[in-house]
Design a protein around this ligand. Structure first.
Ligand code: PLP
Ligand code: COI
Length: 339
């Protein structure tokens, strides 16, 4: 591809050649359509626009060391998108349609898959929303599923360098029995005001507490949280966070490399006892946390004073990346090699 500075790509929208779409009408999904348009035609009374009937996914494809293209754990994203659809009463996308759409979008945009060794990858964004009209608050009868892709670099501009995070107590991203565990747009809308404030105050992201007791760590705006204490990988068990596929993979890798894994409530006051901390997700990969500033309590927790990630975060990161790039044996069969 001409003139893409692969090594300098930010995490963001990037125009590619094609996207794919399918419409749910009369109780069934239609044939996959290929489009070269970046826009969609949408009914002004679509439920997505008025009542937030919308969910999305994020997964990545990597050009490996051997030149092959690997898609990471797509079955988990398909499953989570079904769970999101159930949560807000949308038509579910069957696995066959999900993977066909994802692989078609990747293949049609093959020239945008970043070369091995550049640190960049192809981000795949499936989107599902209520496209049919309603004025009363009820589910649409028509849905649209689409997939676009974008070559991306690191989510946080620091890359694999410690980022500073702000713990917020005066905003919640999700209600205790609400939609925090599914990937719907409303959760992200709710996170924007505190995230913007954190950015303006010099922080890369925010860390939310559980909305009910305001006692336990929930997650960051776009990523799960983990802490390392001695030989343990500790990460919040919460019904109001997105079950991160990256975190699930890191828990397995942690076990594989001999760490103890603790999936449990993590009290905010425990932050002071961690040796390392990080944010993890498809976009964030592992973003080591340098320090956490508890804004309301005016307290700072520090994990990296030399600007470098801790040794365990580094090992986890290298193992995950190694598997995704075909450098390390994929013993749990997480990758699908695209032909
Ligand atoms: N938490 C939130 C709120 C997210 O948006 C994401 C990104 O998808 C994650 C966690 C990480 O999830 P995953 O590792 O499946 O990308
Ligand atoms: C992801 O990691 O895929 C995300 O969805 C994070 C963010 C861009 C919302």
């Amino acid at each position: 591809m001409d003139n893409i500075a692969w090594g300098e790509l930010p995490f963001g929208y990037f125009k590619t050649d094609y996207n794919v779409r399918s419409y749910y009408r009369d109780g069934k999904w239609g044939e996959l359509e290929i489009s070269s348009s970046e826009t969609i035609n949408i009914h002004m009374a679509a439920t997505a626009l008025h009542y937030g009937q919308e969910a999305f996914e994020g997964l990545k494809a990597f050009r490996g060391k051997d030149g092959q293209v690997r898609l990471f754990r797509w079955e988990e994203n398909a499953k989570r998108m079904r769970s999101s659809a159930q949560g807000i009463m949308m038509a579910e996308v069957p696995d066959e349609l999900f993977i066909k759409a994802v692989t078609t979008a990747i293949k049609l945009n093959e020239r945008f898959i970043p070369p091995y060794g550049t640190g960049a990858s192809l981000y795949v964004r499936p989107l599902l929303f209520g496209s049919g009209p309603q004025v009363g608050v009820k589910p649409a009868t028509e849905y649209m599923f689409l997939v676009f892709v974008a070559p991306v670099g690191p989510y946080f501009k620091e890359g694999f360098k410690p980022v500073n995070i702000q713990l917020v107590r005066d905003y919640d991203r999700a209600a205790p029995l609400g939609t925090g565990h599914i990937k719907v747009g409303g959760n992200y809308a709710a996170s924007m005001r505190p995230a913007d404030r954190a950015h303006k105050e010099g922080y890369a992201s925010v860390l939310f507490l559980d909305a009910k007791e305001k006692k336990y760590i929930d997650e960051a705006g776009p990523a799960n949280f983990f802490g390392i204490k001695g030989n343990s990988y500790i990460t919040p068990d919460s019904g109001t966070i997105l079950p991160s596929i990256t975190n699930m993979s890191l828990r397995q890798i942690a076990k594989d490399i001999g760490l103890n894994v603790e999936l449990r409530h993590v009290a905010a006051e425990e932050l002071g006892s961690f040796d390392e901390a990080g944010a993890c997700g498809t976009a964030a990969i592992i973003s080591p946390i340098g320090k956490i500033f508890d804004r309301s309590e005016n307290k700072t927790y520090e994990y990296s004073t030399n600007g470098e990630p801790g040794p365990i975060s580094k090992k986890l990161y290298e193992t995950l990346k190694g598997i995704q790039l075909g450098e390390i044996e994929d013993k749990h069969q997480w990758n699908t090699i695209l032909k």
